[in-house]
Every structure is written in C-alpha cells, then in structure tokens.
Design a protein around this ligand. Structure first.
Ligand code: GMT
Length: 385
C-alpha cells in the first residue's frame, strides 16, 4: 500500500506513535509518506520506502494567524495525486482530520477517492477538541472520517461522551518495538547519573499542566527522605521553570536533574529504576509503556487510559490524581528491597509485551485494507448507476 501519514513532528506521543507506525509499515513493504511542517523527531531514516514532505506556510502580514490547514490540505492534494496514495492516515484530529477532509473533497472533483483514517490521541478530544471554539469542526471531521481509531477504550468512551459521534470508533492501542530495545544497549552507563546505592527515578513529558509536574517533584521529595535517590526530569514545557523553583524551595535541587528534550530516551530509561506519571488526564500514557518496555515499573495516577497500560501491583501501582502520599508509599514499597524491585522490573517488561509492535501494526494494515476496499466498492457502485 501507499500510505500518507499526517502528524505533529514534535516530541509528543501522537507524533512518536505516527512516526514509529510509519517506520514499521515501511519495514513491512509499504510506501510511507509523512506530511507535516518539520521532519518528525524520531524519523532519522529516509529511504526508498519512507518519504517526508514538508508543509510550508508562507508568512503574509495580513494574516494574524497563518493558515496551516489550507497549506496542509493543498499539500495533501498534491502528494496524493503525485504518488498515487491509497490511504490517508491522520494522527490527532485538530486540524489534521479537518484538513484531510478538505483534501478528500478537492480530490473528488478530479475523480480521485481516497479513504481517510483518523486516529484520536487524547488532548485532541479531552482538552482541546471539546472546547466550544473547536467542537463543531472536530465533531464534523471525526464523523466525516472513513475510519476512526482511538488509542484506548477510555479515550473512545470520552469521545462518545463529549461529542455527537456517528462513527464506530475502533480501539487500537499504542505499541512498542521491544526487539529494537533489546539490541540497542549493553551498557547503560548508570554511573554517570547516580552512585551505586542511589535509585534513579525518571519522569518524561512535555511538562504541561496536565502532567501534574508539582506532584512528580513532591512524590520524589517523599521518596528521597527514605531512600538515597535522584530524579531525572526529561522534556520541555511551561511547568519546567516552576518545577525547578519548587525543587529549590524543598532543598532537593541537587538531587533533581533537568535534561530538557532528549533523543536518548532509551539510554535514560535503561538506567532508571522507577517511572513517575501522575497526570490528571492521559489517554494512554505512551511514556509509561516505553518505561515498562525497558523494565522500569510505573507509579502513575489512574486517570484515563492508564489503567489499560499499567497493572496495579504488577507493572507498578496506580493512585488517585493528586494522592502524593499513596504514590510515594507505593514507590517506596517497590524501591526498598532489591528483590521486589527486580520482580517489578521483570513484570513491567512482561506487561509491555502485550503492546508489542508485531501485534498492533497489523491492526492498522487491516483497517487500511478494509477502508480502501470499501471506498472502491462505493465508487464502482456509483459508476455503474
Ligand atoms: O501527552 C501529551 O500531552 C502529548 C499527547 C500528544 O498528542 O502527542 O499525547 C497523547 O497521545 C499519546 C499517544 O497516543 C498518548 O500516549 C498520551 O496519553 C496522550 N496524552 C494525553 O492524553 C494527555
């Protein structure tokens, strides 16, 4: 198949999933075209099966807001025509599903029909999409998609609750390529970050309010009172500055390392003992899955789809949003004894296997094939009428 993928090229989970999916599809023989405003951060290999097409939005002083959707839909039309694309897969509803639908309509005028698969990732529904300013357009473009998938049952339920959805939503969970992780590291260089007796606790996110960054710091503060430990904070976002201040106020600044955005997530997780994700909303929690795949148990909240990823008492523990005492107590119960930590590490790895890439990518292939066949049938019926 020839597949066009639209996504955000940043460090966010939706862009990571879209990129890893495209790479996996290309390895399975498909031709994949990424269409976005910058080369996706995890896309470092372009080859005869992987293409990247940059969407440019020329600046014009009249526009207070540059019309990205317009540029994206025009680019989609051109690429779909030029490369004879079979299926369009847009990740994150806003504004991708909207731009994709416009592209479909323009292509129809030239006798080209192409199915659009829309994958909902979380904030496009729970935080941004349901805002009254966006809701009609988001509802419309979800309903106009040929197939809608969501990354968890929880997100599917939220979408049906918040929007008037006429389409059936299919759950296809996020995934992880466990085999490439196995190959990537033999030496974690743990000694660079902490001493032998210290435990390493990690948090990775875009440091927005939804991630409850103060809860990460406060939970770590409780942990470090009982066990020598370091906290590694990975990512950039508006909550980083206040978090650094909080560390100073709590007198733990020397124990907390802020690394900013990193392309070395594998390396960081390789030497981590515990992962903290106390978010107040999380459709899936890809970062938690990545941690588990590296054998890092997860202390998370029970928000959204986290319960579909983290199994309480097995791959880690879950608590109510904001329950710092419970999160710290659970963390200590894992970290205190080496034997318990090793057991949870093993269980976290096993848990991650449920989301192995080999199980999930074929689900998308099936969705594409069905959508292509369905649209062909509809087109041939309308010709024969
Ligand atoms: O977590 C973020 O704020 C980034 C966001 C995104 O759209 O890139 O992540 C969302 O999509 C990920 C991939 O499907 C999910 O694993 C995250 O849970 C989800 N984030 C939220 O729902 C807050």
């Amino acid at each position: 198949m020839k597949i066009a993928i639209v996504c955000y090229p940043t460090f966010g989970g939706s862009g990571v999933v879209a990129t890893e999916l495209g790479i996996a599809l290309s390895k399975r023989g498909h031709e994949v075209h990424f269409i976005t405003y910058k080369q996706p951060v995890r896309l470092d290999l372009l080859n005869e099966k992987i293409f990247f097409h940059e969407v440019n939005v020329p600046e014009y002083p009249l526009f207070h807001f540059q019309p990205y959707e317009l540029a994206l839909s025009s680019k989609l039309v051109n690429i779909i025509k030029a490369y004879h694309i079979d299926v369009l897969h847009v990740h994150y509803a806003i504004p991708h599903a909207y731009a994709g639908y416009m592209a479909k309509k323009m292509l129809q005028q030239d006798g080209i029909t192409i199915p659009m698969v829309t994958t909902l990732h979380g904030t496009d529904i729970t935080l941004v999409g349901s805002h009254p300013f966006y809701k009609p357009a988001v509802t419309f473009s979800i309903n106009k998609s040929d197939v809608v998938t969501s990354v968890s049952q929880s997100l599917k339920d939220d979408t049906n609750r918040l929007f008037d959805i006429k389409r059936k939503i299919q759950v296809i969970p996020n995934f992880i390529d466990i085999n490439t992780l196995k190959d990537s590291f033999t030496d974690c260089q743990r000694g660079l970050m902490a001493t032998e007796e210290e435990r390493i606790i990690t948090h990775i996110s875009n440091m927005r309010e939804v991630k409850c960054i103060p809860d990460v710091i406060k939970t770590f503060n409780e942990i470090q009172k009982h066990i020598p430990s370091k906290l590694i904070m990975v990512g950039e976002g508006p909550e980083r500055g206040p978090a650094e201040l909080l560390c100073e106020q709590l007198g733990i600044a020397s124990k907390v390392i802020f690394l900013g955005n990193s392309n070395e997530i594998d390396k960081i997780l390789c030497f981590s003992d515990l992962f903290l994700l106390p978010s107040k909303a999380e459709s899936f929690g890809l970062a938690a899955l990545e941690a588990m795949a590296h054998g890092v148990p997860v202390i998370s909240s029970n928000a959204g789809g986290l319960a579909e990823v983290n199994t309480h008492g097995y791959s880690g523990y879950m608590s109510d949003v904001g329950d710092i005492d419970a999160m710290a107590a659970n963390a200590l119960s894992i970290l205190k004894e080496r034997e318990t930590l090793d057991l949870f590490k093993k269980q976290a790895r096993l848990q991650a296997q449920q989301f192995a890439i080999e199980r999930v990518v074929p689900m998308y292939e099936e969705v594409y094939l069905k959508a292509i066949n369905r649209i062909k049938q509809v087109a041939s019926k309308s010709i024969s009428k």
